[in-house]
Ligand binder design. Structure first.
Ligand code: FE
Length: 352
């Protein structure tokens, strides 16, 4: 570990963070610093931040929160030390903008590196990486190598599908994409049929759905691509490698209407960023080749940089043909998707 990395503080819980509230106001860091508020696991962003510091000399201070990030910045108001916000999922990015804690940024470098589909039209958030919501399918029990999202409602899958909570951001974004493509009526018909195909009540995480395939509880599940890479390479918990090896990744699509649903991890310039110049330098850096490569290799995410290949493991899943739907359209259908999940009673599991 070099000297710059040891200076990156990591605060693991919001309670602990509050106890260190004076931390960001240290006068010694008024120059050459950028303060990051993030929902992202510190391990996942550390490699890119280390590289940023190495290149620019600008130090990064990270405040990791597992909830209430927007509320906290809003409460801090004009005195907020937040310069950059990093988070995952279109839901949270939309929520961050809606809370009024970001500011618009029209930056030539960033706009060139990140295609319009993956950024807010007002420049209040930007995608940094992509992840696809795919089918995890049992290598032994599923013959199919291709499935559409519509196929998941086919009665032939009755009692064979597992998912995490229908209200989880990842599933809400997928259902919101369905509404954008199909409209509410068709999506609701799909969801009712899909519900009857579930093996059990929605529960757990994406990783635990992979375990459910391994144990035979279900044959297919919905999950994000990067978890498969993280599980396949998990040295600390080799059991996870076995779970991941029991499944194959299938890229579902919307047939003629579109490709595989992708979501993003993203970044935003905080409304009152006290170190605005450094913040912009960091945002630009994260959009550039070097950072994109680190994300791809270490986190098994898809770069937003056009033409940059994902890691070898992720390339091995097959070719991602990403849906072209602008993420802002998905964000706008989140509420309708969430209400539909309740109306359908998706989280109650199958009725018989
Ligand atoms: Fe995740």
């Amino acid at each position: 570990m070099n000297r710059s990395t040891s200076r990156v503080p990591t605060i693991l819980a919001s309670a602990a963070a509050l106890a260190l509230a004076g931390f960001f106001s240290a006068p010694a860091s008024a120059e050459g610093t950028v303060n990051i508020y993030t929902y992202r696991q510190p391990d996942l962003i550390k490699p890119v931040l280390d590289e940023f510091t190495k290149e620019t000399g600008i130090k990064t201070q990270v405040l990791f929160l597992d909830k209430g990030l927007e509320e906290r910045i809003a409460a801090e108001g004009q005195n907020s030390p937040a310069d950059v916000i990093m988070t995952v999922d279109i839901s949270r990015l939309t929520a961050t903008k809606a809370k009024g804690v970001t500011q618009p940024l029209d930056d030539e470098i960033i706009n060139k590196n990140i295609s319009a589909q993956y950024r807010d039209p007002d420049g209040e958030w930007f995608g940094v990486t992509k992840r696809a919501r795919v089918v995890y399918a049992s290598k032994d029990r599923v013959k199919e190598d291709h499935l559409s999202y519509a196929d998941l409602a086919d009665p032939k899958w009755k009692g064979r599908i597992c998912i995490r909570s229908g209200q989880h951001d990842y599933n809400i974004a997928l259902f919101a994409a369905m509404i954008a493509h199909w409209g509410e009526e068709k999506t609701e018909r799909w969801m009712r049929a899909f519900k009857e195909n579930l093996a059990r009540k929605p529960d757990g995480s994406d990783r635990s759905q992979a375990k459910s395939i391994y144990t035979g509880e279900c044959d297919i599940a919905l999950g994000n691509t990067y978890y498969v890479g993280l599980m396949l390479t998990n040295e600390k918990d080799p059991q996870e490698q076995e779970y991941a090896r029991s499944l194959k990744v299938i890229f579902p699509d919307f047939g003629a209407d579109g490709g595989t649903h992708v979501n993003i991890s993203g970044m935003a310039l905080a409304k009152y960023a006290p170190n605005k110049d450094n913040a912009i330098k960091l945002l630009e850096f994260l959009s550039q080749h070097e950072a994109q490569k680190i994300y791809a290799e270490k986190n098994f995410e898809y770069p937003v940089e056009p033409g940059l290949a994902p890691s070898e493991i992720v390339s091995g899943f097959g070719e991602l043909k990403a849906d072209m739907l602008p993420l802002v359209d998905i964000g706008n259908n989140r509420k309708a998707a969430s209400e539909m999940v309740d109306r359908v009673g998706l989280n109650d599991g199958p009725s018989s």
